[in-house]
Design a protein around this ligand. Structure first.
Ligand SMILES: [Fe+2]
Length: 179
């Protein structure tokens, strides 16, 4: 059974950013839902918080079927072609510098915040000052097998193991944007 993954879409004035759109199994459904939600608008950005396949495996499809630019940590851009990225679209895969950056979504600033070593050495989160939502990606996750999804309770035993393995230390968590 594949890791459960959540996809998100931010739309502002007809422009969209899809966040961690996922792999091949969900590509057609997510792509269809994004087109439907955009209501004739344009997908401008594809955001990859990190390099895990449940976030990024369908990157080639997204870049081939849209005009959007994709963003991932500069640390990972040279590895992404191993997911089958065509040369034709490689120049639309942009590296996020370690210190982060701001993307303009048709007038709405979206802040790509460094969250390194909180799940991956090159990891970013997105803060949307308009909705005041911080998209934390895989900061809180569980590898426990569940039938109906797992509610996020960081202190619960099913979450503890993954966080001990994937997060370097409490120090990086306290230095990060989420707390
Ligand atoms: Fe991940």
């Amino acid at each position: 059974m594949a890791v459960q993954a959540n996809q998100h879409l931010i739309i502002h004035n007809g422009h969209g950013m899809v966040l961690d759109p996922g792999g091949h199994k969900v590509y057609a459904k997510v792509c269809g839902a994004v087109i439907e939600q955009l209501k004739g608008g344009e997908l401008k950005y594809i955001f990859f918080s990190h390099q895990d396949p449940d976030c990024i495996a369908a990157c080639n499809g997204w870049l081939m079927t849209t005009d959007a630019d994709a963003y991932i940590s500069a640390l990972w851009t040279r590895f992404v072609p191993h997911f089958g990225l065509d040369d034709l679209v490689f120049n639309r895969l942009k590296g996020i510098p370690d210190e982060g950056m701001i993307l303009d979504l048709n007038g709405a600033p979206l802040v790509l915040l460094p969250a390194h070593y909180m799940h991956s050495e090159g990891n970013f989160q997105v803060y949307d000052p308009t909705s005041k939502i911080l998209y934390t990606g895989d900061l809180g996750a569980s590898l426990a097998r569940t039938t109906g999804g797992s509610r996020f309770r960081p202190a619960s035993p099913v979450h503890r193991g993954l966080h001990r393995r994937y997060m370097v230390s409490g120090k990086v968590l306290k230095a990060g944007p989420a707390w």
